[in-house]
Design a protein around this ligand. Sequence first.
Ligand code: BES
Ligand code: ZN
Length: 603
Amino acid sequence: MVAALALAGCAPKLEEEKPIVSYATDVHSYAKPAEAKVVHSELDLQVHFDRKTLEGSVTHRIEGNGKIILDTRDLKIEKVESSPNGENFLSAQFQMGATDKILGTPLEVTLPEGTRFIKVTYSTSPAAVALQWLDAMQTAGKKSPFLYTQGQPIYTRSWIPLQDSPGIRITYKARIRTQPNFFAVMSATNDQKTGAPTGDYRFDMTQPIPPYLLALAVGELQFRMIGGRTGVYTEKPMLDAAAKEFSDLDSMVSSAERLLGNYRWDRYDVLVLPPSFPIGGMENPRLTFATPTIIAGDKSLVSLISHELAHSWSGNLVTNATWSDFWLNEGFTVYVERRIQEELYGKQRSEMEFAIEIGELKAEMATLAAGDQKLHVDLKGRDPEEGVTLVPYVKGALMLRAIEDEVGRERFDSFVRGYFDHFAFQSITTETFEKYLAEKLPGLKLEVKEWIYKPGLPASTPKINAYLLTSVDEQLAKWKKGEAMDTREWVAQQWLHFLRGLPPTLTAAQMAKLDADFKFTKSGNSEILDAWLILAIRNKYVAAQLALEEFLSRVGRQKFLKPLYLEMAKTAEGKARAKALFAKNKPGYHPIAAASIGALLAK
Ligand code: BES
Ligand code: ZN
């Protein structure tokens, strides 16, 4: 009794009895890393554009024994072998479990005593959710097909059988073989940038990364250097425009380094994908994947690159342990994105961009269930995509901004830098963050628990003063009174704010006048065009019909597509049109976008 009491008296000590490496429970993976885990993977894959499959093997170096469970989805497993040394392989016993719609199928391998390596020979399905196989016509060059992967959050398992949890970190090597005229690039060293393509490529990622960051793209790619450690890959027709738009890439890296400490991934390159890429950007290490819809000709949408670059620290270096902790990746990233933009393009532009994001957050929050308004979201039994709202992004960044406002920039900067150093190459939970925060910034008054575990925006939400948007509001007021506006100095975000600030219903004459004055239907800025097309649908502005159909068939970015299809679906007649257009465009969309839009129109 006495002993028990004594123990209870120093309760925190009990924690030390846990194994040194403990894993947060990830409800989105079948892996049991505490029993056996993968630490290094070697891929050997052949790319078959004709069959739309990847075929080959992955060899995992593992730690642990008994059995190991890998995640798979729609994979055809040919055989599994085991080895004590990575050289002599013997056939191993394996078993596929029941398939779950969201999680896929567990692959359980029985490990003979002394097993240190397992090799899985397999092929992918043409419907693999991580892979988009583009026909030549869907590319900029129109001559050759194209393939790219999207791993986050739980899609890597559809092209590689592995332990697909962000709590697990692996190094990897790969050999990728494809047609000789194609280049392959990965989220790893990309040494063979210039010269004639060979069709046989090797890659090495020597720093441990979570599996959702494994990435591959194959196509007729070209490379252009931007600075000493930065450059851009894309198809030839896009190369000049991309290099021009991203000419600040080196300065962005230097700016991020001043804030966060050394960039630890050697090179920072950007791959600009064909327009069907379903998201804006993906922070694959050393090689951000990006949508071409941010190439506006005036660098007005490059904050997306600042964002993906920021993930080199928040996300790639310090990773959310589970998808419920996703705000640790995105909230920090949006905060850092704002700081990079501030240093490069000035405080006014950065605050304006933040204010726009906050407006979008508030609009989305109004449509979300209370549980999804929390930073830490319960995703048990749910698709982790359901947690991808602006809450982890913008509410997360707002909380960090509130901390900065309280403790001052200098102290907050040293906290942030210390955080990335302390947890470098680790995957952490929200709780770990909370503890670290309490330890490093003791006496913080901010209601951190409320921010993380309660819905809505706390009273301590910082006010963002975006002078450049206030000036738009003044002009909007004039427009509403029928007076002339002064829009001469406006930049893209101001036009966006203007369009969103217009009355929800406009007459045919008003729409026509706006279009005649400001040429919205012909805008080369995807954000402005998207906002205008929303108005066009709502107000049945037929002159934009062709532009709408062209946009929906060319662009695959869900951020644009979902609101457009949703706006159409608000009337019965519009819904029928939305369904018809979706049926026509679906073959050109990425499987992820096709699924999400299909679900939305089925409601
Ligand atoms: N990591 C995300 C993309 C992502 C998140 C993919 C969750 C799958 C699941 C990326 O960094 C991102 O946030 N992209 C944004 C752009 C950003 C500027 C807000 C996007 O694609 O819209
Ligand atoms: Zn992000």
